[in-house]
Design a binder for this molecule. Sequence first.
Ligand SMILES: C[S@@+](CC[C@H](N)C(=O)[O-])C[C@H]1O[C@@H](n2cnc3c(N)ncnc32)[C@H](O)[C@@H]1O
Length: 166
Amino acid sequence: MKPSPWVVKYADNVPAKSKVLDLACGMGRHTRLFIERGCHVTAVDIDTKGVQDLMGNPDCRIIETDLEQSEGWILPLGFDCIVVTNYLYRPMLKHLVKALVPGGILIYQTFMLGNEKFGKPSNPEFLLTADELKETYEHKLEVIAFSQGLSSTPSMTQQICARRSL
Ligand SMILES: C[S@@+](CC[C@H](N)C(=O)[O-])C[C@H]1O[C@@H](n2cnc3c(N)ncnc32)[C@H](O)[C@@H]1O
């Protein structure tokens, strides 16, 4: 699966050698993108089979953990960039700010209400409400870009790129 165009676009804000956290990394499409760009990536998922081929890569640390258990919320800290795509666990959202260094970049994209017309996910628990990412982060981070609506897949998505103040 190709990297998300939103992530590719805002990856330009993340210089080589940055420490990147890819949460719920799946097959690691964004882990691979940032490794290719010269970054050091921590790839986290409840099931890390999709990134097993990256085991032993000096630029990749793989952590298998359940982000929805309390100990999984204790995220590693000090990231220059956090990327999350196609995953939503609301209690985790506020923890992401603390896991960024000052100046660090959050790139988040996932499905929103309305996606149920096109397929999965259709459970509202896994769908952002209108403006949810903007409202969650606008008082904690500097919003670089935000958008929401119908994408070409077709699906309904919402996406943000935001920076922690220096
Ligand atoms: C739809 S996939 C998205 C994968 C990747 N972010 C991407 O966009 O290609 C959702 C991912 O969330 C992971 N996941 C689901 N529940 C999780 C949990 N409780 N803790 C950690 N990862 C979880 C799944 O294993 C899966 O890899």
